[in-house]
Design a protein around this ligand. Structure first.
Ligand SMILES: [Mn+2]
Length: 333
């Protein structure tokens, strides 16, 4: 095979360095994106169980309560919140383009975060390379895909649970292999399924388990669709009052509505979803419907981030102002 003789690329070099950190030290903290999605959750929990399985002491933190979608993985009780007084040898940050995305912990625990090496594993465009080690590859479908490469290189057993979590992240971030895949994504998927990752369970719980009140909320959003630029931009607005009417918490609403429904409209360039959070902030999501549009540009305008085809942000600007920005910004590439 030609591959064996080619020069080691940057990703492989970084993997070797990170494996040396894992080999040398014993106590680790793993953190994911505070706005936890399938890839952030899958990667942080996969790494947590993997490090445990090779005999390391490890704590994991995901700041927000996880969505019901993740309950089938049966591991939500493992998420710890108390890290005071603990000494870590390294902190792993999964699926974050910048450190602030893990939430308030660096501010709450400067004693830990200022003196502990940070290992960042991520695939977001514009990653700030904030780690002491940065396994960052923007061509990777997901953080889970990258994390698999790291584990494979370590040549230790990958359990069914870890394989399932990794596959969960890949499936969620590619929206079931519809976005951002490359040949390597499918190679990794194939190896994870060979490791008995629970593919059918992931698909069932991700795409075939909608609750009645969620479908009714989708109905409300479709009935009240906002169309800008003569249908080139389409989206929905869900206020707290609407969430309450359907007995749904903002944090529990997964990405199905924007991924599967809103961004399917023929003729639209991209879709958006504006949600009022429990605390009154606004959470924004954007999805490009096809190539040629960089929606992370609008997300960045609101101090958020993401990928070319998918972006998000939190803001406290009024909905009218937000709609104006969405309508006026040029996101053609
Ligand atoms: Mn991701």
């Amino acid at each position: 095979m030609l591959l064996k003789y080619t020069k080691m690329n940057e990703t492989q070099q970084e993997i070797r360095k990170i494996l040396a950190v894992i080999e040398k030290w014993q106590n680790f903290l793993v953190m994911g994106h505070k706005s936890v999605d399938g890839d952030a959750y899958g990667s942080s929990m996969a790494l947590y169980f993997y490090l445990q399985s090779i005999g390391k002491n490890v704590e994991v933190i995901n700041e927000l309560p996880i969505t019901p979608l993740f309950h089938f993985l049966n591991i939500h009780t493992e998420v710890h919140k108390a890290i005071e007084g603990t000494k870590f040898d390294a902190i792993f940050v999964c699926d974050c383009g910048e450190l602030s995305l893990i939430g308030k912990y660096p501010e709450l625990h400067p004693d830990i975060f200022e003196h502990t090496p940070i290992v960042s594993i991520d695939h977001h465009n514009g990653n700030k390379m904030f780690g002491d080690y940065n396994l960052v590859d923007t061509k990777s479908s997901s953080t889970c895909e990258l994390l698999y490469d790291l584990m494979e290189e370590n040549k230790k057993e990958i359990t069914i649970q870890v394989a399932t979590l990794l596959l969960f992240g890949i499936i969620r971030d590619t929206n079931c292999f519809k976005n951002s895949i490359r040949p390597h994504t499918l190679e990794v998927t194939s190896k994870l399924i060979a490791l008995q990752a629970e593919y059918e369970k992931i698909i069932f719980h991700s795409y075939k388990s909608e609750k009645l009140n969620y479908l009714q909320l989708y109905g409300y959003v479709l009935e009240n669709l906002t169309s800008l630029k003569w249908g080139k931009i389409v989206g929905g607005i869900i206020t707290q009052e609407v969430f309450q009417r359907y007995n749904i918490k903002e944090t529990e609403l997964g990405p199905q509505l924007i991924n599967e429904v809103l961004s399917s409209l023929d003729g639209a360039d991209f879709a958006f979803l504006i949600k009022e959070t429990d605390s009154g902030d606004i959470k924004l999501s954007f999805r490009a419907r096809r190539d040629g549009f960089d929606v992370s540009r609008i997300a960045r305008y609101f101090w958020g981030g993401g990928h070319i085809q998918s972006g998000g942000a939190y803001t406290n600007i009024s909905i009218e102002e937000i709609l104006k920005v969405i309508e006026e910004m040029d996101v053609r590439m």
